[in-house]
Structure formats: C-alpha cells, structure tokens
Design a protein around this ligand. Structure first.
Ligand code: HEC
Length: 176
C-alpha cells in the first residue's frame, strides 16, 4: 500500500513538473516572438500573427530617410544618365539589369514591383531595411547576402531610380 502511494505521489509530481516546464518553455517562446529584436531567425519562427501584424502596417514605402517622392510623368534623361553611371560604379558588382539574380536580385522590372520610396530607402538604408521592412527581410532570407551601404547621397539615389524607371519603360536589357 505504501509503495503504491509513493508511486502515485511520484507520478503526480512528475506530471506537475512537466506542466511547469511546459508552461515556462511556452512563456519563453512567446517572449521571443513579441520582442522587437528584428532578428531574422526569431522572426522566422514567430508564426502568422506576427506576419499579419507586419503586413498590416506595411505601406510599401520602406524604412529610411525617404518618406515621399514626387515622380513626374516625363523621364528626365539627364538624371537617368547620371543614374546609369552611378549604377555601373556602385551596384554592378552585385546586380545586373536583367531578370535573373546575380549576387543580389536581378533589377529588371524593379520599378513595377516596388515603390520609388522603397527603392531609394533600400539604396540609402539597406541594413535597417533588411532588419525591419518585411519585403527586404524576405529578400535577405532568399539571397543570404546583406546588401552593403554604398554611401549614395539622396539625390544620387533619386538619379538611380530615374535610370531604373527609364530602363523599365524602354524594357531594354543592358546586362551591365
Ligand atoms: C554586396 C552586394 C550588393 C551591392 C554592392 C548592392 N546590392 Fe542591392 N541588393 C543586394 C542584395 C543581396 C539584395 C537583397 C536584399 C539583401 O539581402 O540585402 C539587394 C537588393 C536590392 C534591391 C531590391 C531588389 C528587389 O527585387 O526588390 C534594390 C533596388 C537594390 N538592391 C539596388 C541596389 C543599388 C542601386 C545598388 C548600388 C547603389 C546596390 N543595390 C548595391 C546586394 C547588393
């Protein structure tokens, strides 16, 4: 009788301990997913709630100094030429004007899939973008390389955008 009692009480203890352990481990998990660490590994495991929250607040403008930019209908070809020179000097180590990836994504069509503000913020503020912007985060997860900050001035980022816009409008593949 004694040993049965002992067995039961040990068993009850074990169940209790397992429940406590489970309670704490789920508390730790919840703690991770509600943190603002921006850590890609944490965020990947944090489930759909977090993703939904991010998508809800994502305005597609990206994160950085550019909040709003006016793009006139007419392309400024002088600006686009300046942008082309900057692109060739600072970006072609990782990007080509093509659909296929190089080190980073192929940029052909980029002005159709992203807003001008987003593109300029990615150029000016790539590290914060890949930490906090849902789209840039996805790109980092896909390309597994962090785009470097190429020390581009804001007006130069605007010129590069003008070059992209011209290329996408013409639909040309310069493969540079
Ligand atoms: C060291 C390689 C590297 C350099 C140099 C680089 N990039 Fe990137 N770029 C990347 C990678 C990788 C990504 C994907 C996001 C990430 O992982 O950082 C990216 C993403 C982008 C995107 C988003 C593409 C998309 O499909 O939405 C744009 C736009 C871009 N880069 C433009 C530029 C411009 C303009 C320059 C030059 C000023 C430049 N990049 C220089 C590697 C680079």
């Amino acid at each position: 009788m004694k040993s049965i009692n002992k067995f039961i009480s040990t068993h009850v203890m074990q169940v209790a301990m397992i429940s406590i352990a489970f309670y704490f481990s789920s508390a730790v998990l919840t703690g991770c997913s509600s943190g603002n660490s921006g850590d890609a590994a944490n965020d990947a495991s944090s489930g759909n709630l977090m993703k939904d929250a991010e998508n809800a607040k994502d305005d597609g403008l990206g994160i950085g100094p550019v909040k709003h930019v006016d793009i006139p209908a007419e392309i400024d070809s002088k600006m686009a030429d300046a942008g082309k020179a900057l692109f060739e000097a600072k970006c072609t180590a990782c990007h080509k004007w093509q659909k296929e990836k190089y080190v980073g994504p192929g940029l052909m069509g980029v002005t159709q899939r992203r807003k001008p503000e987003w593109i300029m913020n990615q150029i000016l503020n790539p590290a914060e973008m890949t930490q906090k912007d849902p789209t840039a985060k996805q790109l980092l997860a896909t390309y597994l390389t962090q785009m470097t900050n190429q020390n581009v001035a804001e007006p130069d980022a605007r010129s590069i955008y003008e070059y992209f816009r011209k290329m996408d409008k013409e639909g040309t593949s310069a493969s540079k």
